[in-house]
Design a protein around this ligand. Structure first.
Ligand code: ATP
Length: 247
């Protein structure tokens, strides 16, 4: 494996708070790399710096050797990085299919998102149906989005993140708010996705993290205190002290 993403000495402060503190880690092509850490450890701030929502004060983010820091969010998306949001971006009054078709259209580089065009364009609809099939929502394509459960909305968000065929998916708490059965469905879905995409996963659900991750990095006060396989992280005394011991 080779490093697809190399994060080098990121620093990001908010007033006196160091949200990223000399943060370095690498994500290998093909792996699921989970970021765990207590509330306020800087996980969301890290994702924002990767997707382009925020700029680091200092540091480099190399994606396939190219520094992303000077690039705006849309340029990073164009290079093959997609982020799914903790806060849903779905349009509830639209059908499931239309939501995903718009995402396919947007990722094809159209600067405006016209619903009418998305509805009439067979290739967009077929692309969107293919994505809905991948996340198990094909049968619900014509329903209004608001008719779906919270768990199904999270699956839709994964379909939207997949619309751009990104090489690297940044997933922000995909398990948030899901019940037991819904979480199990999401784990199964992410396992399937894993074969075709590299995934950086921020997640509080430790069962899901330990089932899915090839490697885990533990963030505490903006700094990576350990990176390793799930077994290595479980056995790491500093991690147990800083985080897992609290569970
Ligand atoms: N825009 C901001 N302005 C000021 N402080 C901020 C801002 N964004 C984040 N912070 C602070 O930076 C630190 C890291 O926040 P961040 O949301 O990245 O943590 P997190 O690990 O994602 O937390 P959680 O697990 O609760 O989602 C926290 O102390 C937070 O209060």
């Amino acid at each position: 494996m080779s490093a697809l993403l190399e994060i080098q000495s990121l620093n990001k402060g908010f007033g006196g708070i160091k949200a990223s503190d000399d943060l370095s880690l690498s994500v290998e092509a093909g792996e699921v790399h989970a970021i765990i850490g207590p509330n306020g450890a800087g996980k969301t701030t890290l994702l924002s710096q990767l997707s382009g929502g925020q700029k680091p004060d200092i540091g480099r983010i190399l994606f396939k050797g190219r520094d992303l820091v000077p690039l705006p969010a849309h340029a990073r998306a164009h290079l093959g990085i997609a982020r799914s949001f903790q806060i849903t971006s779905l349009i509830m009054d639209m059908s499931v299919l239309d939501n995903v078709a718009l995402a396919v259209q947007a990722r094809q580089g159209h600067s405006f998102r016209f619903l009418r065009a998305a509805r009439q364009d067979a290739s967009l609809r077929e692309g969107a149906m293919g994505l809905l099939r991948r996340v198990g929502l094909e049968a619900k394509a014509q329903l209004p989005t608001r008719a779906l459960s919270h768990g199904e909305h999270r699956h839709m968000e994964i379909a939207i993140a997949l619309a751009g065929q990104a090489e690297l998916l940044l997933l922000d708490e995909p398990m948030a708010g899901l019940g037991g059965e819904e979480s199990a469905h999401m784990v199964t879905l992410l396992r399937q996705i894993k074969s075709r995409h590299t995934i950086l996963l921020v997640e509080h659900d430790m069962d899901a993290v330990f089932q899915l991750a090839d490697r885990i990095s533990v963030l505490v006060y903006g700094h990576v205190i350990a990176t390793g396989t799930p077994d290595e992280i479980r056995a790491n005394a500093a991690v147990q002290h800083a985080y897992l011991g609290e569970e």
